[in-house]
Design a protein around this ligand. Sequence first.
Ligand code: ADP
Length: 540
Amino acid sequence: MLGLMQNMPLTISSLIRHADRNHGDTEIVSRETGGGLHRYTYHDAHRRSRQLARALIALGVRPSDRVASLAWNNHRHFELYYGVSGMGAILNTINPRLFPEQIGYIINHAEDGLVFFDLTFLPLVEGLAAHCKGVRSWVALTDRARMPESKLPLLCYEDLVNAHSDDYEWPLFDENTASSLCYTSGTTGNPKGALYSHRSTVLHAYGSCLPDALNLSARDTVLPVVPLFHVNAWGLPYACALTGARLVMPGPQLDGASLHELFEQEEVTVSAGVPTIWLGLLQYLKEKQLRLSTVKRLVIGGSAAPPALIRAFDEDFGITVLHAWGMTEMSPLGTVNTPKGKHLKLPAAELDRMRLNQGRPIYGVEMKIVDDSGKELPRDGKAFGDLLVRGPWIASGYYKGEGGDILREGGWFATGDVATLDADGYMQITDRSKDVIKSGGEWISSIELENLAVAHPAVAEAAVIGVAHPKWDERPLLIVVKKKDAEVSREQLLDFMRDKVAKWWLPDDVVFVDSLPHTATGKLLKTRLREDFREHQLPG
Ligand code: ADP
């Protein structure tokens, strides 16, 4: 017997309609690509998204067609989120920091018919056009007055939107319809597309707002530093509409000074981004002796948040850090670190230690760890193995079947992370499976060593990689960027780490460099480091 409840499809358009009806005067603020702040409301955004939907139809976009964006976090990009997906097409958000060849590959692989781009990316787009013959139109996200000279026949976004009325009803369709397409960074091989659906997106938005997840509400002002081109800004454009949170978007200016100004001026309460962003901001705040007077929570994810960073925001600034873990294939949220009631009575040092792991799964995400033979390992906080996940906002395959059947028996997806799980559900990443250092048949966690090194006051950033060793297969090499004007020697650093890890975990050598290579999404590019230091001679 089936239940007798209405079978209303969970569509992305229902989010912006809800925000318009119930939070119509709530502001959306964005820093424009050319500078200056733009202000309007959910009501305006909803109206313009419907005008955009009509413009897309007039341009010949049909349901399930792919439409690309190359854009910063701003109000026009937000409108694409709702206009494109809302009318039944698929928004392919592309990371402009990828290599141009990768971007060309993605546009061709996705068969994007239209590409909407911010003016910053005009040179990029002009270089791509000859290689992307399937693109019918390149649309500049600007108004007539700022339209650039170009050898390409560009369309103007404002002209398109303004040519149409908002007399448009969002269509209803199967909630499993594809809504957006995000390619993984592909540090090895070609990028692969995670194809989200309306249902997966709305369920993920519901889950992400929960009090033990990002805890969003209509009392928050949310500033996603995480780009709208990086896994849908971790779902925040949807979650903000769902809750009616005020939204502030930083445009292209992500340096400490610009962020601090926007945080203060717009009274931001919640923000989210990768560790590199927060390390930069923290350094700026300390240098200039500034405060963040309204921020209550910072979501840090995308790579392991160093304990020193979590502590600094908490102890020096009174801001709760929500350490979160996820991936493109998971929409992306999987876990968030928040304590349970029983933990609040723990001694401070223990509670402090607890806060460092990646947290508990949000309802909707199931997790287990397995050994090499696929046997499930105990949830004891000690055993570590391959982390598998399943749930309604986790990929069942890649776009166009790339990579073949990606699920294991029982529908489990292998994350490529190595982790521990404990009886309370807390997960701790010990490494990426390809980054773990295999020394004499035992595993050494590169992340744990990096966290330790970054805790030294003279260290700005650290990476640990395995270097070939005749006896032990691999031994850890620590590569360090010192803080500006700070001094520390190899011996001092190793001494600092010595009593904090097992003796055989201690790096065999330390190298100081001016900067470390990062991927397009801000992660340490360890493939490059391993190449650069392949010939490194360890002492002894
Ligand atoms: P990309 O950023 O390269 O597009 P993803 O965002 O999908 O790719 O990267 C997901 C991976 O990032 C995870 O599998 C994990 O290895 C790493 N990661 C994300 N968040 C964390 C975290 N809080 N701690 C440690 N690793 C993390």
